[in-house]
Design a protein around this ligand. Structure first.
Ligand code: ATP
Length: 326
């Protein structure tokens, strides 16, 4: 295997708070080891268009506290084509980039897997998505910050829900996973979480109403994952209007608010550890793996396993929401 002298780094897919802390850690650890670093703008798009810039230690100064990503991000359909990836590879060679660190969600890791297999390039992935839907790590970069944003918003909604004795459906992100909805519900004392993991063969709304969720309460907040299987907050409110007109339902969709803001300490530490570990992994000759943290320890997970969706919300947490909302 050729020795690595220069790495490229990119952020791709949806932005997540903590991506900047990861960019900083990757850059500084690479520089510490004498490698040069090139920042690739706008995810895989920049690799295709050649929008690539030299990164120094001070290129990443004063960014650890900033949300978003200084490298920008994009969704790039051209990278899904063989021609697009060929152009990306030629640009990598032209720039002298020997290995890549990619930060993003499952789409980004999928792209990295295909690219690495096609061109035999060492690539290390970092889980950067608020959805927390990648296996091989307990949490992903951005998840904790998004969860705290949800808690903040729901605490505020509780005031108005209580004053008006209303049923609020609060839609949160997580199109394949209910982590934000479920753990958001636990953290805010919400009456229920409606999540894709619990939907199969279940009508969660009917169960909620049948259980008499408002028996002794004057307001109810239900966190809903945006997944089509759950109907989303709007779909559920429509059903309430038609099937349970005795309830006054309202909808709040938190949307892109959840991606923004300064990363929490937990996300900054996670991103810093993962960023440094990405360089250690490449030094050890690891390739085509995602770096994660499980039970406090750094782990390397092959891309295909990271994408396997074997990680799932804790069943006991689903029960916990029910118990604590009586
Ligand atoms: P998030 O979880 O926040 O949505 P993500 O990384 O899953 O982030 P996607 O838009 O799904 O976001 O993927 C990001 C990019 O990864 C795509 O725009 C595309 O460039 C690349 N990508 C995704 N799937 C593939 C694929 N099958 N082949 C090649 N590249 C892919």
């Amino acid at each position: 295997m050729a020795t690595i002298k220069c790495i490229g780094i990119l952020t791709s897919g949806g932005d997540a708070p903590g991506m900047n802390a990861a960019i900083r850690a990757v850059t500084r650890t690479a520089r510490f080891n004498g490698w040069s670093v090139k920042g690739i703008m706008r995810g895989y798009k920049g690799l295709i268009t050649g929008e690539i810039i030299e990164f120094h230690s001070n290129s990443v100064s004063n960014i650890i506290q900033r949300g978003g990503t200084i490298l920008k991000t994009a969704r790039c359909n051209e990278f899904k084509t063989a021609e697009g990836r060929e152009t990306a590879f030629q640009n990598m060679k032209k720039e002298g980039i020997d290995a890549l660190v990619v930060i993003g969600g499952d789409g980004t890791i999928t792209g990295a897997k295909i690219f690495a297999e096609e061109f035999d390039i060492p690539i290390v992935g970092l889980p950067g998505t608020i959805d927390n839907d990648l296996s091989g790590t307990d949490t992903t970069i951005g998840y904790d910050t998004a969860l705290n944003t949800i808690v903040d918003a729901v605490d505020k909604l509780r005031d108005t829900a209580t004053s008006h004795e209303r049923l609020f459906f609060v839609e949160v992100m997580g199109h394949t996973a209910g982590y934000l909805a479920l753990n958001g519900a636990i953290a805010t004392g919400a009456e229920a979480a409606i999540i894709p993991e619990a939907e199969t063969g279940n009508d969660q709304l009917k169960a909620l109403i049948d259980n008499g969720f408002r028996k002794s309460k004057n307001s109810a907040i239900v966190l809903v994952a945006e997944n089509p299987a759950t109907g989303g907050a709007i779909g559920l409110a429509k059903r309430v209007e038609e099937e349970y007109p005795q309830y006054d339902a309202r909808v709040t969709i938190l949307g892109h608010l959840q991606r923004g803001g300064s990363p929490t300490a937990a996300d900054r530490i996670l991103a810093s550890r993962l960023g440094a570990a990405a360089i250690e992994a490449l030094k050890e000759g690891q390739r085509n793996i995602m770096v994660g943290i499980k039970n406090g320890e750094i782990t390397y997970t092959p891309f295909c396993q990271a994408l396997s969706h074997t990680k799932t919300v804790k069943q006991s947490n689903i029960e916990l929401v029910k118990i604590l909302s009586i």
